[in-house]
Design a protein around this ligand. Structure first.
Ligand code: NAG
Ligand code: NAG
Ligand code: ZN
Length: 506
């Protein structure tokens, strides 16, 4: 391979002189195209005859949509902001295909931002006892308990049920309510002119909703729905980032983190018993990166306990919150080095456009700390040595296209660095990050951008299949769990291929 590459590089850097026969020009041209195709993710993925037929069908869909987008830029979902593209994507045959395709696992998902806001309105906001108050900065806090200091309330608490009853129109009330927990706007370029505008709103939503989701009945319903939405999007496993907050109930009792984990564990068992083809969830304990080293030490001590109690359930550790504003990993090293050797790190890194900044350098520290995967790794393309290390050490990059777009790192998704990672066959897993906050659901919307915007025009099933297989390969499932997972995936994949070929219930 190396020799071939060298030869090809030589060829393209020494253009053939005119007197040479046209044949060798054509030969060189084709050789380079083929070599690049082989190099990229999926370049060595072999398709069966059946799969090849499905690939033809898929490519017909894909070319159809791309050429329509090429003729009419306003209809080009692959290049549009998700808020503008979503109606187009919802009608797209490519999207329909992707929804039905088994997608394996989501490896980067924040639990409290995972469920669609529509469902939160329909379910959680109708639970009796929900309260709302307003803070000094004017944002709402939703909760099921009265803790004015902790909630930073400036107003009285009002019952959501009363507000709704007294409103002119229930539907209008619910629509306004949804705006509290969803970033959607038809004009993101006006509503969020800078990254600060959107990140401030984004962080707000966590504090609007956070305390309501720690209410035991809401906690249970919400996480059950999280699994439902993943399962319904043809996913089979998830690793969630969670701060495992303490819970409370209607009588005002509070429960320690141990209980939070136990609740998730029980829920997980129940769900997987009901759906034997779903492998459930594991937890990556995630704390806010704004903490001081001492606070972080305390949280890590708690994490250690939980990890020791549930070594195969609470599998790792991460830091969350806007990287550009939080503490760089480097300053947190003394605490991070305290982690037990069985606990793995899954660090967010390089979710920034500030090349050379301390945030950008987080990528380096993440790798020096032996991170198992990298969250986002958006800036990785700018660091050739790190990029090479990621590739040779098989560290998967958790690419979350829609998140990066909504949170203002990129506008036209075709400029997303994930395109380069795919071209260079860097290990990539497609993730959704916080789909509940922007009207996405499951993983299919992110897959849409992955195949329509990040992958080259002629890339189809080989790359899709590789991305799906990657999601299990780079998961923290144990060896036994993995082999079971792959068996289930093989089966559902084969069924999917047959379904496409026979257009059964399509
Ligand atoms: C909320 O969801 C839970 C769990 O799915 C369900 O049992 C409950 O009936 C739902 N409540 C409402 C008000 O829809
Ligand atoms: C790095 O992490 C991997 C698992 O992700 C582990 O197998 C390996 O032992 C770790 N290496 C060091 C030096 O800690
Ligand atoms: Zn994240």
């Amino acid at each position: 391979m190396k020799r071939l590459l060298f030869l090809l590089l030589h060829l393209i850097s020494h253009p053939l002189i005119q007197s040479e026969p046209a044949l060798s020009y054509e030969h060189a041209r084709q050789a380079v195209l083929t070599a690049e195709e082989k190099l990229m993710t999926g370049g060595h993925t072999h398709l069966s005859t059946q799969e090849a037929k499905v690939d033809d069908i898929f490519m017909e869909y894909k070319f159809g949509e791309l050429s329509q987008g090429c003729r009419n830029a306003e209809q080009n979902a692959a290049a549009l902001h998700f808020f503008k593209a979503k109606p187009l994507i919802d009608r797209s045959v490519v999207f329909n295909f992707l929804q039905k395709m088994p997608k394996g696992a989501v490896l980067h998902l924040h639990n409290t931002a995972s469920v669609s806001s529509k469902w939160v309105i329909q379910n959680i906001s109708y639970m009796s006892g929900m309260l709302r108050c307003t803070t000094a900065t004017g944002h709402s806090v939703l909760t099921f308990r009265r803790l004015p200091k902790e909630h930073k309330c400036q107003s009285q608490y009002v019952l959501v049920a009363d507000e709704r009853k007294n409103s002119v129109d229930r539907q209008v009330y619910d629509n306004n309510f949804e705006r509290l927990i969803n970033l959607y706007t038809p004009v993101p370029e006006l509503e969020y002119p800078t990254i600060t505008h959107v990140w401030d709103r984004f962080q707000d939503i966590f504090s609007v909703l956070g305390d309501a989701l720690s209410y035991l009945p809401a906690f249970r319903a919400y996480h059950w729905q999280m699994l439902e939405e993943l399962y319904n999007d043809n996913l089979m496993y998830v690793e969630i980032r969670s701060s495992c907050k303490k819970l409370y109930d209607a009588s005002g009792r509070t429960f320690p983190r141990k209980r939070t984990i136990r609740e998730l564990y029980a829920l997980n068992n129940k769900f997987t018993q009901l759906h034997p083809d779903f492998l459930g969830m594991k937890i990556i304990f995630a704390v806010h990166r704004g903490k001081e080293v001492d606070q972080l030490r305390e949280t890590i001590a708690e994490f250690k306990q939980l990890h020791e109690m549930y070594p195969n359930f609470v599998v790792g550790f991460d830091l969350v919150g806007q990287e550009d504003k939080g503490k760089p990993l480097y300053t947190l090293l003394p605490a991070l080095r305290d982690l037990p050797s069985t606990a793995r790190l899954f660090l967010h890194g390089g979710e920034t456009n500030w090349f050379g900044s301390s945030t950008d350098i987080n990528l380096l520290d993440a790798l020096l700390l032996n991170t198992t995967r990298i969250g986002h790794g958006y800036a990785l393309a700018k660091h050739p040595i790190l990029l090479n290390a990621v590739k040779t050490r098989h560290i998967a990059v958790e690419v979350s296209p829609i998140s990066n777009q909504v949170l203002h790192l990129v506008w036209d998704m075709r400029n997303h660095p994930g395109a380069q990672y795919l071209a260079l066959d860097v290990p990539v897993v497609i993730c959704s990050d916080d789909p509940g906050f922007w009207n996405a659901k499951g993983l299919s919307y992110d897959f849409y951008y992955a195949i329509m915007s990040l992958a080259p025009k002629n890339a189809g099933l080989p790359i899709l299949k590789t991305l799906v297989w990657n999601s299990l390969k780079y998961s923290t499932l144990t060896k036994e769990e993995k082999s079971r997972a792959f068996k289930i995936l093989e089966l559902s994949w084969t069924r999917f291929i047959e379904k496409v070929l026979h257009k059964k219930s399509w």
